[in-house]
Design a protein. Structure first.
Length: 110
């Protein structure tokens, strides 16, 4: 198996939005910030498991749609007074394609 799996085009992810990639280990949300930077996290808020892919992207953070926890897209860590972390998924861009680390796609979400 390749170390990286192609999951789509950079342009498939809307600015200030996300795209969900279904993976054996659980859904992955690929986000695009206003500056075009892409990030990938497990699509589960560390608080109550809310779908981060449905949250609001601002700066390099996303706000969970369930209870307004703010999660860093860079680290997966909850911001402010909240504590918790969702797994960051290694991502790289080749040309106009998004690749995610195969090992992270297979690992079960905690």
């Amino acid at each position: 198996m390749s170390e990286w799996i192609d999951v789509g085009m950079v342009d498939d992810v809307p600015v200030l939005g996300s795209r969900v990639v279904q993976a054996p280990g659980g859904d992955i949300a690929v986000f695009k910030a206003a500056d075009g930077t892409l990030f990938a996290l497990r699509d589960r808020c560390p608080h109550k498991g809310g779908p981060l892919s449905q949250g609001i992207v601002h700066g390099h953070s996303v706000t969970c749609p369930l209870h307004n926890w703010v999660i860093s897209l860079k680290t997966g860590e909850a911001q402010g007074a909240d504590h918790g972390c969702t797994h960051k998924i290694p991502l790289r861009i080749e040309g106009s394609r998004i690749l995610l680390a195969a090992s992270a796609l297979m690992a079960r979400a905690a």
